[in-house]
Design a protein around this ligand. Structure first.
Ligand SMILES: [Zn+2]
Length: 171
């Protein structure tokens, strides 16, 4: 998959990252997140391009919705993209992404994209180690609960992750 150099600045309200068609308000479009080594990248697509396996490649997560009017409810759309990404991280439950999952959970909690149900100690893992977890759910699903391990973040890592998440989701 070839990704143009400037894909990172592709913005909703702009153009499809594959065919350059305008993403028009009122039309369906897709925002996809790609794992790119240690970090993640976002590309926005028109619906037709995302249907093409060649054009969309292999996203980590994606969120499909009607393009909002410029500046209107844009934040709600980006919140949807971020929540879908978090749910993928939660299902994957990769220990290597503990910090990212934990920090995104905290950021979405503030935006009411995530609801804290409680705090707990997890069941011991294969090594008999139990960790502190937050029990959360992601509305509108009010039945499924997830455990998010509480990560110990140093200041530099927090800043790096915040920056990355801010760029991906305009948080
Ligand atoms: Zn397109």
């Amino acid at each position: 998959m070839v990704i143009p150099e400037d894909w990172k600045i592709a913005r909703r309200g702009a153009v499809c990252s594959s065919c350059d068609a305008l993403l028009q308000p009122g039309r369906e479009s897709v925002s996809a997140i790609y794992a790119d080594g240690e970090s993640f990248a976002r590309r926005d697509f028109c619906d037709a391009c995302f249907q093409s396996a060649d054009r969309r490649g292999v996203p980590f997560s994606w969120w499909s919705a009607v393009v909002p009017e410029p500046e209107k409810k844009k934040a709600v759309f980006d919140l949807g993209v971020a929540k879908e990404f978090l749910q993928r991280l939660l299902r994957e439950d990769d220990r290597a992404r503990d910090s990212l999952r934990y920090l995104l959970t905290l950021m979405l909690m503030r935006k009411r994209g995530v609801v804290l149900v409680g705090q707990n100690q997890s069941a011991p893992d294969a090594n008999g180690v139990s960790s502190e977890v937050m029990v959360i759910r992601v509305p509108p699903d009010d039945e499924t609960v997830f455990e998010v391990r509480v990560a110990e973040l140093d200041e530099a890592e927090t800043e790096r992750l915040r920056d990355e998440l801010g760029k991906l989701f305009q948080l």
